[in-house]
Design a protein. Sequence first.
Length: 531
Amino acid sequence: MADRNLTAKEIMAEGVLQSGAWVVLDACESGISPPDPSGEYIGLPAAFLTAGATIVISTLWMAHLGTPLVMIDRFYENIVEKELSVPVSLREACNYLHSLTLGGIKKIEDSKGMPLGTILSREERDYFPPDHPFHWAPFIVCGAGWSANEVPVDAMKIGSHQKELPKLPINIGVGLPPQLNEMLKEADRLLTQKEFERAVSVLEEAPREWRQSRPLNEKLADAYADLKNFKKARQHHREVLRYDQNSSLNHYNLGCVYRDFACITEAKECFQQALRLNPAYANALINLAELTNDPQEALEYLNKALRIEPEDKDAQNAMRMWQELSGEDRVSIALQRLMWAQQDFDKGNFLYARLHLALARQETIDDIAKAFAFRIESDILRKEGDIKGSITALESAVELDPNQPAYWNTLAARRVLLISNPEFSQSERRSMLSWSERESLKAISLRDYARPHQNLALIYLNLARLDKARGHAILAREMAQQQIDAGQTGEIICKGCSTEGKILTECQECLRKALGTLQDIELASGNYRVE
């Protein structure tokens, strides 16, 4: 018969088990019920019990290949040879694995040929040795397996408490209201279509009594993250984490939010907590490698990740990159991150550009490098429409590195953009134009090129000083045309420009703007005619 996936629905529908059957689900996470916002959570253990099994053994998380081999071998030995009951057999097998050392594992491998030793005996694996709960704790028994004389004494005391149990933050066992379920489906549809604001609007309409729902908070966290609203995304991820502080996935997801918003320290703490709960969380290790400027530390994380997930392409690519950088110091890596930030900005990947900037700023870089970081930050803010923030970042750049004409010119151009904002009075606009004039002239004093003249032409046009505007527009046009005529291999006319004549499409755009400004000047002076 061909292999196929066996679902809980098929198990319950077909009812193929004999009454009283024992089921061992020797697979990772076989005891986990997939979240279903439509109602009750039914997983494989409940399905087998419904189909007639009296005992189901399953796992709560991904165990390594060798762990169940030792556990199940010992479990069946207890059942067959010692005639112990299922729960006692499993408990003894757990205790047995818990008591083992790496040397003990090696003896098992030598005597039975099991691969656990080859997986765990490497020196690098001492971050979760055999006695770590990660290996023995995920195995559970569901069903009628205990007899009264087998129940541990401590367990017998359960139920004899006198105090009222603490109230849970959620109503366990109750499915989501149908209206909320429909709301979540609609939000999913909107998020898929990248209509993030509409998705948030739909979700925020949920009544107060539904705010305790984990699926609602998960959706709101994702939607606000897509909207770049860090405060709200973090708030809802923390709500999700409140439901289960022992979930490595919840800590990991919160860490991803911190990472995406370049909160390095907080992101590291979340990923490290995820690893404390699940030492074989490969993605957490890969993210920690991403959040360091120390090549050796990054390689250590990636080595662990690849031993867990050897086929992970992200880890493989990161490993190759860090191996190439293994001889560099932290400051050199920080400077490299500035280059990566520029590359990511050019690709429109602002999230990773910001992350590289934040990591670069953790090291002791010089003022010129700091100024370059502020310039990239300014460009990101400009693309995102935050002109004021862009100007503030550029002011920091020129303060740290006042000899870069491109910084002064771009600062002047951003101020000219800002004067169109209706919230400014006429006197405030004139003040900004005055600042922009001084900054453009400063750029020209450092290196004479077309773009500052283009800025001055616009400034004087706004100030109704048409003769001066015309003169600078003509200079901008001539310099741009000369650079185009010189070509990419010819003389560099605009030496102060960030492209320095190497990208002729930029020169053509500069020429187009100068010609457009000249037309605006002629129109303002009454000399422009349509023929």
